[in-house]
Write a protein that binds this ligand. Structure first.
Ligand code: COA
Length: 384
């Protein structure tokens, strides 16, 4: 069939509404504002679980027994360190490159230290996937340190995943509340249906490319402001508005100019994003602890946006409050999206492995609307 023979099919711009694969990893119930990982609700996991357990759940489909969790956590700790060359690379680019760009290249560079980097069989996918999950906090921690002009900190194998990440990124050991908030932030970002970065990973692996390539594609896709990049911009917007009394005027200006309000709206949720609800609690905790006014400004933005756009299904999404939490934890805004990636890597790996088990090359079509030709070729010297 010719590429342009598309006349009877509807064009689904952005593949909106198209079901392209089956999955058991997780799903989003957009109308009810619910998110499930392997059948467990995100609110339950955020309250009762931890990132290592959630990561295991996403990968293997069941909650681990005690010995399974111990073995998985030990593996993550043992594989968390990086080759020295990676730290040198991060030192050389980390201060001048956007952390998401540094992360994309650093993760891809890791493949050079793996003799079987191009192998895409199930064992190697799992081996590489777990190794990348283990190394992500170390990569992002090192990038954050370098970007902040500080010395890189190597993993402390006595700490859990989220606490170790916090330690490597900020240089401080988290108190129990900070540790819980860091952990929850990673949990709520761990998986989210067929989002753009996950889809990107699946497109890459559908060509039978390896896990390093799939995760590099996912990181590249997460970078954009309509996906992971929104949290950094949401906080900048909240801060630029300053006091709550400035919000109304500023929102009016933005909507008149057709500007998008970052941290609002979602392709799937048409009600309040459950992840935003979980994170808002923590943003409020930090605001009370520090007396920072950003939270009040954010609440005012939320109130006015919901009054104006709630009926059209535009509510705060996960990115609206996450930036405020990360800043309170001591992270620079440019590292917010890499934190998102650190949570999401378990979902990327789980779905990439799952898709490969029942692989089908992704190859949609585009409707050709250009010049049909055949045009006469004019030599360069005769062109007007
Ligand atoms: C996430 C997003 C791309 C999903 O949008 P979508 O499902 O593709 O919806 P559309 O872009 O088609 O928007 C539908 C309508 O809502 C409006 N809208 C959606 N999100 C908006 C926002 N954040 N601010 C202002 N208006 C918004 C659009 O302008 C559009 O209005 P129109 O019908 O009058 O043209 C969109 O909500 C957005 O750009 N949000 C801001 C970025 C963000 O927070 N991203 C993180 C997502 S987790």
């Amino acid at each position: 069939m010719n590429e342009e023979e598309n006349k009877d099919s509807e064009i689904n711009r952005g593949l909106e509404g198209v079901i392209a694969a089956e999955t058991r990893v997780g799903y989003v119930k957009g109308d009810d504002g619910k998110l499930f990982y392997r059948g467990y609700e995100i609110t339950t996991l955020a309250d009762q679980s931890n990132y290592e357990e959630v990561s295991y759940l996403l990968l293997y489909g069941h909650l681990p027994k005690r010995n399974e969790l111990e073995a998985y956590s030990k593996r993550l700790r043992n594989e968390s360190d990086l080759p020295e060359e990676l730290f040198s690379f991060i030192r050389s680019v980390g201060a001048k490159t956007h952390p998401m760009s540094a992360l994309r290249t650093a993760l891809s560079y890791l493949s050079s230290f793996d003799e079987n980097e191009s192998v895409n069989d199930p064992e190697d996918q799992e081996r590489i996937g777990i190794s990348l999950i283990a190394k992500m906090p170390t990569l992002v921690g090192a990038i954050h340190r370098t970007y902040s002009g500080k010395e890189i900190i190597r993993p402390d194998k006595n700490l859990g995943y989220a606490s170790n990440f916090f330690y490597m990124a900020t240089g401080a050991r988290p108190d129990p509340v900070e540790s819980k908030i860091m952990d929850t932030s990673l949990i709520v970002h761990a998986d989210h249906g067929m989002n753009a970065s996950t889809f990107s990973a699946l497109v890459t692996v559908s060509t039978m490319a390896d896990m390093y390539s799939a995760i590099t594609s996912a990181i590249a896709t997460l970078k954009g402001p309509l996906h992971g990049g929104a949290n950094e911009r949401a906080l900048k917007m909240i801060k630029s508005m300053g006091k709550p009394e400035n919000v109304e005027k500023e929102l009016k200006r933005m909507t008149e100019n057709g500007e998008r309000v970052m941290g609002f709206g979602h392709r799937v949720y048409k009600v309040y994003d459950p992840r935003a609800k979980i994170l808002k609690r923590y943003a409020e905790y930090f605001a009370e602890r520090s007396g920072n006014e950003n939270f009040k400004t954010a609440e005012m933005i939320e109130e006015l946006m919901i009054n104006k756009y709630g009926e059209r299904g535009i509510f705060p999404n996960v990115d609206f409050y996450s930036g405020m939490i990360y800043e309170a934890l001591g992270f620079k805004p440019e590292i917010f999206t890499p934190i998102f990636a650190t949570g999401r890597i378990s979902g990327w790996v789980a779905r990439t492995i799952e898709y490969s088990r029942n692989n089908r090359l992704f190859r949609p079509k585009a409707e050709y609307v250009g010049e049909r030709g055949p045009l006469k070729y004019i030599p360069i010297q005769d062109r007007e």
